[in-house]
Design a protein around this ligand. Sequence first.
Ligand code: 5GP
Ligand code: MN
Length: 324
Amino acid sequence: MLTDPHAWAEAEGYLRRAQSILAITHVSPDGDAIGSLLGFTHGMRGLGKLVTPACQDQAHPRFDYLKGVRDIRQSGEGEFDLIVSLDSSDLARLGSVFVPAQHGHLPIVVLDHHITNLSFGTVNVVEPSASSTAEVFFTLLRRMDVPITPDIANALLTGVITDTLAFRTSNTTPDTLAVAMELMRCGGNLQEVTRQALVMRSFDSLRLLGAGLVNARVEGRLAYATLGRKLRKELGVKEERGDAGLVGMLITAYEVDVAAVFVELPNGDIEIGLRAQPGFDVSQVALELGGGGHPAAAGCTLPGPMRDAVNRVLPRLKQVIREA
Ligand code: 5GP
Ligand code: MN
């Protein structure tokens, strides 16, 4: 546990005193990023706070069932007295929304669950044992006696369900199940959240996944694949980011201990997703390369071209396998 015992009370104090909060989640937002951001927004508005939710990149349309998702702004313009960072392990991952000249003087409350969190806030509530940032924020809401509405419940359930792959990953604890139960009791729709956030996908993404699987390689107990812009163009895939779930598929092979997928972004950078079987830890490699994550799921972004990023990362992953 990284959180010092006073951090929860200090975070609560900052939230109670704040009037206008800029809530920011990480670039390329996943379900926990969007879910914890919207859960926070609705929860704090319930306490009468002005809250502006922001993220550099737009939420994927799969999250359109969440109330307020289209009101997330892509800039941090405005007058605020507090910044709250959700699901982000470092300041750079807040992307262009956090502008040092504009926001640098404001206190920052960090709510997160990444073991690689750099504790960049004024107050850091970071719980690596929590399934998700949504679970961390749920605990804070309960502590603050904020009523949990169905909108809050569905947002937080989205974070729990996506970060645990519907309670299947090793970060699922009895507490996680208890939180999910409470969220259902507060009006969260577990089946609908699971279907929309986790199961349904575009036909395009199925084709991208298929092409990625066909092109994937195995070297020893390491599997990897690249998704270049050229491949996306050839397949006519409209979505410009994301791995279509490829790295999560590669790690399901019996023959594989560590998996990596390299995605070429529109600006030429390479976004790298890493996965590991229990007993292997990819979070430290990601951290060394300027990213972060969890032992079993981590990532980072490196400059292109593709070949350079691949050559930089593969030897380190082979070392992880050798030294486990
Ligand atoms: P995914 O492969 O699903 O995109 O990411 C897996 C995990 O690694 C998530 O917890 C995510 O937050 C983290 N992660 C992925 N990319 C980056 C990155 O560029 N920087 C940091 N700090 N974390 C990342
Ligand atoms: Mn998360």
